[in-house]
Ligand binder design. Structure first.
Ligand SMILES: NC(=O)c1ccc[n+]([C@@H]2O[C@H](COP(=O)([O-])OP(=O)(O)OC[C@H]3O[C@@H](n4cnc5c(N)ncnc54)[C@H](O)[C@@H]3O)[C@@H](O)[C@H]2O)c1
Length: 350
C-alpha cells in the first residue's frame, strides 16, 4: 500500500480526496496539510484516517509518504517541489505549475535529473473525447483551430490578482491550451491582446477581463483563442474548440461532446474507428448530420489512478501529462501573457 499525503486542502484538494478515498486497494491516506488548520482537520475527519498538519515539512518527516498530491494556488509553488525532489517523493501537482516560468523550468530540470514520477492535473486528457479528437486530427489536415472559453470570476481571492493566479488564460484556459497541444501539436508563435475595465464589482480585482490570442503552430496552421471571465451567464458566449479542415470540422465542447461535421454516420470514419466507448458513452448521428461523441463521467478518477499505478509499478509511461510535458503548456500560456504585456508576438519557449 502506498502512503499518500495531500498538501493544500481547498477546492481541488477536495476533488482529489473524493477520488483517493475510492482507491483503498492501492493506497492509505496518511497526512493532510493546509496552512489553515481547520481545512486539514476537515480532510482527516472526512476520511477517518490520516493526521492533519499545518507544516508540510513536518508531515513529510513524520509520515514519509510514497506519493504526494500538491494542490496549492499557482503562486505557492517552489519550496514544496524542492522538498519533494530532495526526498525523492513522486508527486502529482496541480496546474498551472507556477506563475514563474523560470521556477517551473528549474523544477522540471531537477525532476528529470532525479528520474521522479510526476503527474499534472490536466485531467481532460483522460476524457472520452481524446481518442476521437486525436484520430480526427491525425487523419484530416487541420488548417485552423478556433477556441473559446468564457465564464465568470471564481471565488478564491488569489484568483483575481494576476501575479498570484497568472490570469484567466494561464489559470483556466490552460486546460484548452493543453488539450490543443495534446490533440494537435506544438505552438510556435503567439500574439495576444487583453482588455480590462468591464468587471467592476471586486475591490481587489487586478487581471484581464478578456483576451484574444493568435497562434501559429509549428505545422504552419493557425488558431485563435478567445477567453473571458466577464460572463455572468451561459448566454454570454459559447465555449468550444473547433478543428477545421477543408471538408470537415470537429466541434469539441470540453468534457461534454465532440460533434464531427462532414462525416456521414454510416461512413467508416477514422475518428469513430478509434473511439473507445464503453457502456457509459454513446455514439449517434445528431445536430443536422453531425456524428456526436459523448463524454460522461469524471476523467480525474482515471488521471489520479494512472499516477498512483505508475508509482506502484515504477513505470510512468501511461501518465498523459508528466511535469516535463505540462511545462510546455505553461510555456504556451506564459508566452501569451508576455505578448499581452509587451504588445509584440512572442515565440513559445523563449
Ligand atoms: N485541474 C483542475 O481542473 C483544477 C480545478 C480547480 C483548481 N485547480 C488548481 O488547483 C490549485 C488550487 O486551487 P484551489 O481552487 O484548490 O484553491 P484553494 O484556495 O481553494 O485551495 C488552496 C489551498 O492551499 C493551501 N495552501 C497554500 N499554500 C500552502 C502550503 N505551503 N502548505 C499547505 N497548504 C497551502 C491554502 O491554504 C488553501 O486552502 C490552483 O493552481 C488551481 O488552478 C485545478
Amino acid at each position: 500500500m502506498l502512503k499518500v499525503c495531500i498538501i493544500g486542502c481547498g477546492g481541488i484538494g477536495t476533488y482529489h480526496l473524493g477520488h483517493l478515498v475510492e482507491y483503498g486497494d492501492l493506497i492509505t491516506l496518511d497526512g493532510f496539510c493546509d496552512l489553515i488548520p481547520e481545512k486539514a482537520e476537515g480532510f482527516a475527519a472526512k476520511t477517518g484516517s490520516g493526521k492533519a498538519f499545518t507544516d508540510y515539512r513536518v508531515m513529510l518527516d513524520e509520515i514519509v509518504p510514497d506519493a504526494v498530491f500538491v494542490c496549492v494556488p499557482p503562486n505557492c509553488h517552489g519550496a514544496i517541489e524542492d522538498d519533494l525532489i530532495r526526498r525523492r517523493i513522486p508527486f502529482f501537482v496541480e496546474k498551472p505549475l507556477s506563475v514563474d516560468l523560470a521556477q517551473a523550468r528549474e523544477i522540471g530540470r531537477r525532476v528529470e535529473e532525479a528520474g521522479l514520477i510526476t503527474a499534472v492535473g490536466f485531467q481532460c486528457r483522460y476524457d472520452m473525447l481524446a481518442a476521437p479528437v486525436r484520430a480526427f486530427v491525425r487523419n484530416n489536415e487541420v488548417i485552423y483551430i478556433n477556441c473559446t472559453r468564457f465564464g465568470g470570476v471564481p471565488d478564491m481571492p488569489w484568483w483575481r490578482v494576476k501575479s498570484m493566479s497568472g490570469g484567466q488564460l494561464a489559470e483556466q484556459t490552460i486546460h484548452q491550451l493543453d488539450y490543443i497541444r495534446y490533440a494537435y501539436g506544438e505552438p510556435e508563435t503567439v500574439f495576444s491582446m487583453a482588455a480590462r475595465g468591464y468587471i467592476k464589482e471586486f475591490e481587489n480585482y487586478d487581471t484581464d477581463d478578456v483576451s484574444v490570442t493568435v497562434v501559429r503552430f509549428r505545422s504552419g496552421a493557425l488558431a485563435t483563442i478567445a477567453t473571458g471571465c466577464y460572463a455572468l451567464s451561459g448566454e454570454a458566449f459559447d465555449s468550444k474548440t473547433t478543428y477545421s479542415t477543408r471538408k470537415k470540422r470537429l466541434d469539441m465542447y470540453l468534457l461534454d461532446r465532440a460533434d464531427i461535421y462532414g462525416e456521414a454516420p454510416g461512413e467508416e470514419t477514422s475518428a469513430v474507428g478509434d473511439l473507445v466507448v464503453k457502456g457509459d458513452g454513446s455514439l449517434s448521428a445528431a445536430n443536422g448530420g453531425a456524428i456526436s461523441v459523448k463524454h460522461t463521467g469524471d476523467p480525474g478518477l482515471l488521471c489520479d489512478r494512472t499516477f498512483l499505478e505508475a508509482v506502484v509499478s515504477g513505470d510512468g509511461s501511461k501518465i498523459r501529462s508528466p511535469y516535463a510535458d505540462a511545462l510546455k503548456t505553461l510555456e504556451f500560456a506564459m508566452a501569451c501573457n508576455k505578448s499581452m504585456d509587451t504588445g509584440l508576438p512572442v515565440r513559445v519557449g523563449e
